[in-house]
Write a protein that binds this ligand. Sequence first.
Ligand SMILES: O=C(O)c1ccccc1NCC(=O)[C@H](O)[C@H](O)COP(=O)(O)O
Length: 205
Amino acid sequence: MTARIKICGLRDAATARQAARLGADAIGLVFYGPSPRNVDIATAAAVCAALPPFVSSVGLFVNAEPAFVREVLASVPLDLLQFHGDEAPAYCRAFSRPYLKAVRVKPDVNLLEYAARYADARGLLVDAFVDGVPGGTGEAFDWRLLPPDLPLPLVLSGGLDPDNVRNAVNRVSPWAVDVSSGVESAKGVKDLERIAAFIDAVRAA
Ligand SMILES: O=C(O)c1ccccc1NCC(=O)[C@H](O)[C@H](O)COP(=O)(O)O
């Protein structure tokens, strides 16, 4: 099975359209002020409007006030929410939208427990744990910590790039892969050649 591909942290409509043309299945919009990839609501709406059919838009939040999530949802047609902080299951389902729960993987993490707690999530997104930084770090983690029998679709992220993603897909067999830093030329600046190379590498796995 070919892994789906999400390119995260897009900040303009032209790059989002190009990513879709190159074969991205989904794009991620970061609504988290401290991130270099943070987007405002108007920009996010413009990015979504530029997407062709069958390319999903994912909105990413980190312990956001529910009122802020609702404000975004009122103006931005997001297909999926991605919660990257310590959001409880009740919080995640309060918006009545499909969601992904991100888990930052440490050696003692129990992903089966997460899958049971967030059983109504559309999937678990696994990322590297870096103290004090909720995501988008460019750091990988030890894929051997992933259980083979996770009952939810697995979205693999954390330090993926055009050089390592083929091996990652072959080793982990995730439902999808998610990348941000590995397809950038500088923090927050997406590089179309790297996006193309990343997508080619996933397809070649
Ligand atoms: O991208 C960010 O700046 C970010 C900030 C806060 C929480 C999550 C963030 N990104 C989440 C993603 O979905 C990234 O794709 C994922 O963490 C992997 O990032 P990377 O290792 O840079 O590919």
